[in-house]
Design a binder for this molecule. Sequence first.
Ligand SMILES: C[S@@+](CC[C@H](N)C(=O)[O-])C[C@H]1O[C@@H](n2cnc3c(N)ncnc32)[C@H](O)[C@@H]1O
Length: 264
Amino acid sequence: MEWVREFYSVTGAWWARADARVTERDASRVEALRSHGGPGVRRVLELGAGYGATAVATARAGYAVTAVELSDRADHAAGLATGLGAGSLTFHKEDFYAVRLDGRFDAVTYWNGFGIGADADQRRLLHRIADHWLAPAGVALIDVFNPFVWAGWDGDEEHLLPDPEAGYDHELYERTRFDPVTCAATDTWRSAAEPGREVSQTLRCYTPADLALLLAGTGLELADVVVDGRSIGPPGAPAAPSTVTRELLHQHHEYLAVLRHAPA
Ligand SMILES: C[S@@+](CC[C@H](N)C(=O)[O-])C[C@H]1O[C@@H](n2cnc3c(N)ncnc32)[C@H](O)[C@@H]1O
């Protein structure tokens, strides 16, 4: 997983002027935390926090947030962290497989990042959440990449022109591939200014049923699946409305997995 720091640092520098800010997306994540975590949540651990925008929105909502981010995107967090009021934010520029943190958290979040590396890596992370970080009655909220939609993007190529008014200063090329054997998407980027240099991210995608299998033995279980804000329950729950399952098949590139400690 050597590529992780480089990919997110390089692309982070391209997009920071546009994306290193708190937006409606962060507000809707805080709302999901409120709704699935309930009123007992105070301490929140955010993994793979990127520029820190969601961590800042969460702290502004009054939570005590600890955030972990490996890449140079982390360097933007301090500048964003204003107006925290009763909340707080502690930011670690570290690898979440290595970082040591004090105490347990009422909620652990990983927005738009789960799936880097092999299944064994995801299981190692899930074990860390269960064994070290998540409080007994806590909730973990994890965005999971949806293979059905990523598979539909296989072969797509995009040429993105700069849009300086929106903060996008670079002319970029993107290529998406999906491997049906490993169920992983590879997303490759190149800047027109550096034609010889490509950076790629590879993301393992999981259906809800496959995620439930991945979780077995980690100490966590899949309590709910949320598609664009609507709960459909875990695999095995009464059939979800067909409007939502069709959207999961064709529309949303990720869904929110709500995880809790599995019964002993
Ligand atoms: C797709 S980005 C999403 C960032 C942010 N959560 C958001 O939604 O804007 C995934 C982030 O996870 C971070 N990340 C991946 N592996 C990590 C690790 N082992 N330790 C800490 N951060 C990691 C990456 O550097 C990247 O910033």
